[in-house]
Write a protein that binds this ligand. Sequence first.
Ligand SMILES: [Zn+2]
Length: 97
Amino acid sequence: MASNPRKGHRYRELCREVRNMGAPCALCGGPIRYDITGPEAGKHPDAFTLDHVVPLSLGGELLDITNARAAHRRCNSARGNRVAPARRDTSRRWYRR
Ligand SMILES: [Zn+2]
């Protein structure tokens, strides 16, 4: 059975590196709640996630720091597999699924 690289040591290292930069969300430009960690971060919409500039499904490198950036959980999941960052008008409301 293939092991999941997202659970690997190098992936966690990369996450920590990007997180340590403390950058705003690459998709909407808003501040990320870096104070949210642990199990809460897995559900909180403003929590940090590692976003890939070129999505993995389109051949992007999982472990390349130049393909990694910080994004909100909600922005990352809303973006899906589009390559161009969707910078939305902040007055526009996101629809909840
Ligand atoms: Zn965002």
